[in-house]
Design a protein around this ligand. Structure first.
Ligand SMILES: [Zn+2]
Length: 677
C-alpha cells in the first residue's frame, strides 16, 4: 500500500486544525473537509464531509447542498427586496404593484381557507355537465389555456432545430401526473409502492373536493386507465435525449390529416395560432394514442381526468387542507420531505417565477457588482482558449473535425449576469381583489399570449434569457450556441472575488467548461455553429467519439446509488461528459493562468489539490433515499456524490495531485479512464 500521499494529507489536516482562520484567500473553507477520509478512497467525504456533517437535512428538504445554501441566501436577498416593495406605496399597474400583490396573495392562507372550494366549483360543474364525447377535447383545451390542466399532450413555440433562426410550433408528449412513464409501468417494489400511494392520493383529493368515497375510487381508476395508456406509448427520458428521434416536422395540413382524431384547428384557433404553416410533432406515438383514447375511452373517464388535472394543478392555490394533502404525496412520498417550506419562501419563489426579471433587475442592481462581471468575462475567454487547446490535443479526431469544432467554439454567444433588455410585464394584470386562483389564470394566459406575440411566425430572438438573473444555475442552448451564467451563480461556493485562481478555476471555471462542453457532448455535437442540427463530423470520428463516451456510460451504470439501485449512465451521459470536459478544460485554463506565477501550497494543500477540492465543494450535500430514487428516474445529472466520486477517477491530473494509486478504492487503470475532451 502506498500511503505516502495519504500521510501528506493527514498531516496537512493536523496542521489545519491548529489554524483557525478560514480566510486564507484560497477560498477553500477548512471546516468543510473531513481530513480523516482518504481522498483516493472517498473524495466526496474528504472534500465535503465537514460540510455535510454540519448541515444535516432539515424536514423541509429532500436534498440540501452548498448549491441549495446559495439559493437560500439569494432567496433571503429577494425577500428583503420584496419586503421593501410591499412597504412602499406602489403605482397601480407597475411591476412593483404586481410583485407586492402577488406576494401578499400567496401569504394569505386565511383568505384561501375562507374561499374554500369556491374558486374551482364553476369549473367542476362545467366538467360534470359534459354529456357528449365531442365536448371533451374543447373543454380540455379551455382548461389548458387557463393553466388549469396539463392536457393530454404539450404544446409550445421555440427554435426549429433544422432552421435555428426560425421559431416553430411544437407538439410533444405529456399528460402524466408523475412525469416519467416508469412510475406507471415498472414493477419493482419501490416504484409499485409509489404508484399505490399515488392511487390513494387521487382518491383522497377527490374526497376532499366533495366527492363520495365510491365515486372518488371510480374516478381514480379512470385517471389511472388514461395516464397508463399514455405512459405505455411515451418516450422515456433516455429516448428523449436523441434530437433526431424527437423531431417530426410536417405541414399543419399534414398534422390534421395524420392525426385526425384530434381537432387541431379548434385548438390552434383558441391558442391564437390557427393559421400556422408547420408543426413539429416531437413524439408521434403517444399523440396517436391520445387520438385512440379520445375515441375509445368512456366520456366519464375523460371527465375524471379533467377534474383530476384541475384539482392537481390548483391544490396549492386552494385551502391549506388541500395544499397539505398535495404535499403529503408529492413532497413526502415522492421526495421524502417531511414539512413544507414556510409561506414566505413559497411566496418569494412564486414572485421569482412569475415576475422573475422584474425582481431580478432589482436583485442585480443591489447584489451583482460590475467587478464580478469583468472577472467572469476574463475567465470565459481563458476557458475558451483552453477548450481550443483540448480539441487540438485529441488524437482520435481528424483535422477537419477539429477545424470545425474551433469555429463552433469561437462562435459561442456568451451571456453573463443579466439580460441587456428586460422582459415587459405591462400586459400582465395582478388584481388583489381576485383570488390567487383567478390571478393564476391571468398569469397562465399572459405567458402564452406573450410567447405567441414574441415568437409565433417570428425569427428567434437570441437575446432572450431562459433563466432569471437570480437563478443559481447555468445553461448551454444548442440552437443558439449560447452559454449563459446568471448573476445568482456568480458567488461562493462557485465564485469568490477574494479567492485565488485554484479556487475559481476549480469551481466556476469547471461550470463554464461544463456548459461549453455541452456544445460538444453527445447531443450538442450534433448541432453546428449556427445552432442547426447538422452533421459536421468527418467520416469515422463520430464512431470514435461514441466509443470514448461509452466508457462513461458503463462507469455510471455500474455505480450503486442505493443498495438495490444503479445509476443511469444513458440518462446522465450528456451531463457526465460535460463534467468531464469541464474539469479537463478548466484545469488546463488554470495551468495556463498560473504558469508564470505559480501559486503556493497553503495549509498543506497544493494549488492542484485545491482546484479539485473547490470543484468537489460545489457538490457538498445530503440527500434522502426517496429523492435518490426520484432523481435516478428523472434527473439527467448524476447525484452530487457521484459528480465527485464518479467523475474524478477519469481525470489523470486528479491522480497526480493526490498521489492516488491502485491501492485506492476510486482508482481506475489508465486504459479504463474516459478520454474525450
Ligand atoms: Zn449541464
Amino acid at each position: 500500500m502506498n500511503k505516502i500521499s495519504l500521510f501528506t494529507i493527514a498531516f496537512a489536516g493536523i496542521t489545519m486544525l491548529s489554524c483557525n482562520n478560514s480566510k486564507q484567500g484560497i477560498g477553500i473553507k477548512l471546516e468543510n473537509l473531513d481530513t480523516s477520509a482518504v481522498p483516493g478512497d472517498d473524495f466526496f467525504q474528504f472534500a465535503d464531509g465537514g460540510w455535510n456533517a454540519a448541515h444535516p437535512l432539515t424536514d423541509e428538504y429532500a436534498r440540501f447542498g452548498s448549491f441549495d445554501q446559495l439559493a437560500e441566501d439569494n432567496r433571503q436577498q429577494l425577500k428583503g427586496l420584496i419586503d421593501d416593495i410591499v412597504a412602499a406605496d406602489n403605482e397601480p399597474g407597475s411591476n412593483a404593484q404586481k410583485i407586492a400583490d402577488l406576494y401578499k396573495l400567496v401569504l394569505d392562507t386565511a383568505r384561501r381557507d375562507r374561499e374554500g372550494l369556491r374558486p374551482i366549483r364553476t369549473w367542476i360543474k362545467k366538467i360534470e355537465d359534459v354529456k357528449d364525447r365531442n365536448e371533451i377535447f374543447p373543454l380540455m383545451v379551455e382548461l389548458d389555456i387557463n393553466g388549469l390542466a396539463g392536457n393530454y399532450f404539450g404544446i409550445g413555440i421555440g427554435a426549429d432545430m433544422m432552421d435555428s433562426k426560425s421559431n416553430l410550433v411544437s407538439v410533444g408528449q405529456g399528460g402524466l401526473s408523475l412525469g416519467e412513464k416508469e412510475y406507471y409501468l415498472d414493477t419493482d417494489e419501490a416504484t409499485t409502492a409509489i404508484r399505490e400511494a399515488f392511487k390513494k392520493h387521487i382518491v383522497r383529493m377527490f374526497t376532499l373536493c366533495g366527492f363520495d368515497e365510491n365515486t372518488a375510487q371510480k374516478k381514480m381508476e379512470d385517471v389511472m386507465l388514461i395516464e397508463t395508456r399514455i405512459a405505455e406509448k411515451s418516450y422515456s427520458a433516455v429516448q428523449q435525449r436523441d434530437p433526431a428521434a424527437n423531431y417530426h416536422k410536417m405541414s399543419f395540413a399534414d398534422l390534421k390529416k395524420d392525426f385526425k382524431g384530434i381537432d387541431w384547428q379548434m385548438m390552434f384557433d383558441k391558442l391564437g395560432i390557427g393559421d400556422c404553416d408547420f408543426v413539429d410533432v416531437g413524439q408521434p406515438e403517444p399523440i396517436h394514442e391520445v387520438e385512440a383514447i379520445l375515441a375509445e375511452v368512456p366520456v366519464e373517464a375523460h371527465k375524471a381526468l379533467m377534474e383530476w388535472q384541475l384539482i392537481d394543478h390548483a391544490a396549492s392555490r386552494l385551502t391549506t387542507e388541500l395544499d397539505q394533502a398535495n404535499f403529503d404525496f408529492y413532497g413526502k412520498v415522492m421526495s421524502g420531505r417531511q414539512e413544507q417550506q414556510p409561506w414566505w419562501k413559497r411566496a418569494t419563489s412564486t414572485v421569482s417565477g412569475v415576475l422573475g426579471e422584474a425582481i431580478g433587475q432589482l436583485y442585480v442592481e443591489k447584489y451583482f457588482p460590475a467587478s464580478s462581471k469583468e472577472r467572469m468575462v476574463t475567465l470565459v475567454k481563458n476557458l475558451q482558449i483552453a477548450l481550443g487547446e483540448r480539441i487540438d490535443a485529441q488524437d482520435w479526431m481528424s483535422d477537419s473535425t477539429k477545424a470545425y469544432a474551433h469555429t463552433k467554439l469561437d462562435a459561442f454567444y456568451v451571456k453573463i449576469g443579466y439580460p441587456d433588455k428586460w422582459k415587459d410585464y405591462s400586459k400582465l394584470e395582478i388584481d388583489p381583489a381576485k383570488t390567487l386562483f383567478e390571478n393564476n389564470i391571468a398569469v397562465s394566459r399572459f405567458f402564452w399570449q406573450d410567447a405567441v406575440e414574441r415568437k409565433y411566425k417570428k425569427p428567434v430572438d437570441n437575446t432572450e434569457w431562459f433563466m432569471t438573473p437570480q437563478t443559481v444555475n447555468a445553461y448551454y442552448n444548442p440552437t443558439t450556441n449560447e452559454i449563459c451564467f446568471p448573476a445568482g451563480i456568480l458567488q461562493y461556493p462557485f465564485f469568490d472575488m477574494s479567492a485565488d485562481d485554484a479556487f475559481n478555476y476549480g469551481a466556476i471555471g469547471v461550470v463554464i467548461g461544463h456548459e461549453m462542453t455541452h456544445g460538444f457532448d453527445d447531443q450538442g455535437r450534433q448541432f453546428d455553429k449556427e445552432g442547426n442540427f447538422a452533421d459536421w463530423w468527418a467520416e469515422g470520428d463520430a464512431d470514435k467519439f461514441k466509443e470514448h463516451v461509452q466508457v462513461i456510460v458503463d462507469h455510471f451504470n455500474g455505480i450503486k446509488v442505493l443498495p438495490d439501485l444503479n445509476g443511469n449512465g444513458e440518462l446522465t451521459l450528456g451531463e457526465n461528459i460535460a463534467d468531464h470536459g469541464g474539469l479537463m478544460v478548466a484545469y488546463q485554463a488554470f495551468k495556463n493562468a498560473t504558469k508564470d506565477a505559480p501559486l503556493e501550497t497553503v495549509n498543506g494543500f497544493t494549488p492542484e489539490q485545491r482546484f479539485f477540492m473547490a470543484y468537489a465543494g460545489v457538490w457538498a450535500g445530503n440527500i434522502r433515499d426517496e429523492e435518490i430514487r426520484n432523481r435516478t428516474k428523472s434527473d439527467p445529472h448524476a447525484l452530487g456524490r457521484w459528480r465527485v466520486n464518479g467523475t474524478l477517477p477519469h481525470i489523470d491530473a486528479w491522480y497526480d495531485a493526490f498521489g492516488i494509486t491502485e491501492d485506492n478504492a476510486l482508482y481506475l487503470a489508465p486504459e479504463k479512464r474516459a478520454r474525450i475532451w
